[in-house]
Ligand binder design. Structure first.
Ligand SMILES: Nc1ncnc2c1ncn2[C@@H]1O[C@H](COP(=O)(O)OP(=O)(O)OP(=O)(O)O)[C@@H](O)[C@H]1O
Length: 284
């Protein structure tokens, strides 16, 4: 039987209620997410109501760092955790406060401040063409159509999509769509940006470009905080703080480099226990 993972938290500065930390960051208290399901999968337990399965929690978290990465195995609960941050997933138990607002009772206000970038861009692109999609996001800040058009074209250029404004979103490549989805979300000027694997479809050059852009957003004043999930450990290592999730729990919480180091060691140890001591150690 696998030894259970020890919960560990390294020395990371946490925001405290009352000193501005929670109002400018994230505060999750005893949060549990249950989904409908008859039988728990591996590593899962039954939920608090009959016919539900627990996929996350209990999770306690205070985070006001400008960049927060979330890493862990497939199905561990990363997307579920970040979906709590704009009310896409409701907690069965506990409370989620985002920059001082309750994600359940003040969902509209939370969503007005939170930009969410989905792994699959087609989930969020709603307009027929690339240009129209960015223009939709610019409606609040650019009331006049000609200015909106020009601003949209500028944003498309910045994201390597110059000249593609008239192109149907279905006629863009996967990577172009992922960049368009990010451009459209950034056009809304979010205070908090939440991104679920934002570089999975990108080539190496654009991966580095987008990672650099995302990590620079808080420092350049374009948003206060960014939270992202990723399987790219180099990207995760650059975050101010990184949470490692396993079986719906935060099992390690540290600075980016320290958490990534812990995660690599943990994965290798698991592989060695499962497949023997020489199992693929050179590839991580
Ligand atoms: N609505 C739902 N109904 C049933 N099960 C769900 C639901 N949402 C999530 N799950 C389950 O919860 C677990 C966590 O899913 P989640 O998408 O958060 O994982 P993840 O860590 O983001 O995985 P990946 O790295 O593969 O994207 C998985 O076992 C998933 O199948």
């Amino acid at each position: 039987m696998e030894p259970s993972i020890t919960r560990h938290r390294e020395n990371v500065t946490q925001g405290q209620p009352g000193n501005g930390g929670a109002a400018s960051g994230l505060e999750l208290r005893d949060v549990v997410v249950d989904v409908p399901g008859a039988a728990p999968g591996p590593g899962q337990s039954t939920g608090s109501e009959a016919g539900t399965v627990r996929v996350l929690g209990p999770v306690d978290l205070m985070a006001s760092e400008p960049t927060v990465a979330v890493i862990g195995a497939n199905g561990s609960g990363k997307s579920t955790l970040i979906r709590l941050l704009n009310g896409l997933v409701p907690p069965a138990v506990g409370s989620v406060r985002v920059h001082g607002l309750d994600a359940v009772t003040e969902t509209t206000a939370v969503r007005a401040r939170t930009g969410f970038v989905f792994t699959d861009p087609l989930v969020q692109l709603v307009m027929p063409t690339a240009g129209e999609d960015v223009e939709l996001s610019l409606r609040r800040t650019h009331r006049r159509r000609p200015e909106r058009r020009m601003a949209a074209e500028r944003l498309l250029q910045e994201h390597g999509l110059g000249g593609l404004g008239h192109r149907s979103i279905y006629d863009l490549s996967g990577g172009q769509r992922q960049r368009l989805a990010l451009a459209s979300v950034l056009a809304t000027d979010p205070v908090l940006l939440v991104a679920d694997e934002p570089t999975t479809l990108l080539d190496l050059d654009w991966t580095l470009e987008v990672q650099e852009l995302l990590l620079s957003l808080p420092g350049s004043g374009r948003c206060e905080q960014i939270v992202y999930t990723t399987h790219d450990l180099d990207f995760a290592a650059q975050a101010d703080r990184c949470l490692v999730i396993a079986d719906g729990q935060i099992v390690h919480d540290a600075t980016g480099p320290a958490a990534v180091q812990w995660y690599r060691t943990d994965v290798l140890a698991r592989r060695a226990r499962r497949d023997g001591p020489d199992a693929g150690t050179g590839r991580l």
